[in-house]
Design a protein around this ligand. Structure first.
Ligand code: NAG
Length: 177
């Protein structure tokens, strides 16, 4: 960030030495297509950028940390449409598995929120009959891309793959006259 700002201010210093100028700025959600910038390891699905780990299965806490280490968070599906798009992606890549999401009811039993955003988990995202807190030990939310294609509450200690979601990027551009 600092180096980007330094580069920008150096550039502005140079143009300020030239003739009269006018700068107009613009910012847009997402990575502008014309930039053709690689977003690895994140892939764009719908409006957001995701990283899917299907080989390394770890508990919910480890998964949470793994996403944070990438400056991302465990996924928080914003709606059923996004959840379905991610599901299609997983099925298309033959990544049929169970993945941790950021959902938990740690704070209030039976009230599931996305721990990454604090927003409630929408009721239409769950598999049929879920969440059911089976055995009274299910406080983390997994996404089932195989059966049911939806969310399920699960024992947080179980090893699972996980899906990280990158912060929503913006493209900032400016025009100098
Ligand atoms: C949750 O899963 C872990 C890991 O498999 C297991 O050791 C633990 O007994 C489970 N918890 C309960 C209460 O079943």
């Amino acid at each position: 960030m600092i180096s980007k700002l330094t580069t920008l201010s150096a550039f502005l210093a140079i143009i300020s030495l030239s003739a009269a100028f006018q700068i107009s700025t613009r910012d847009n959600d997402g990575v502008a297509v014309y930039l053709n910038t690689p977003t690895d390891p994140f892939v764009k699905i719908g409006d957001n950028y995701f990283f899917v780990e299907s080989k390394r299965e770890i508990n919910w806490y480890d998964a949470f940390e793994a996403c944070r280490q990438m400056n991302a968070d465990l996924v928080a599906f914003k709606d059923l449409k996004e959840q379905k798009l991610v599901s299609q992606y997983l099925v298309g890549k033959k990544l049929i598995d169970n993945f941790w999401t950021s959902g938990t009811d740690f704070a209030k039993q039976d009230y599931f929120v996305w721990f990454s955003t604090g927003q409630p988990v929408a009721t239409d995202l769950w598999c049929k009959g879920e969440p059911n807190n089976a055995g009274g030990i299910e406080h983390c939310v997994e996404f089932l891309s195989n059966v049911g294609l939806g969310l399920n509450d699960r024992n947080c200690s179980l090893p699972r793959g996980y899906i990280c979601q990158a912060p929503q990027p913006k493209t900032v551009s400016f025009i100098v006259w």
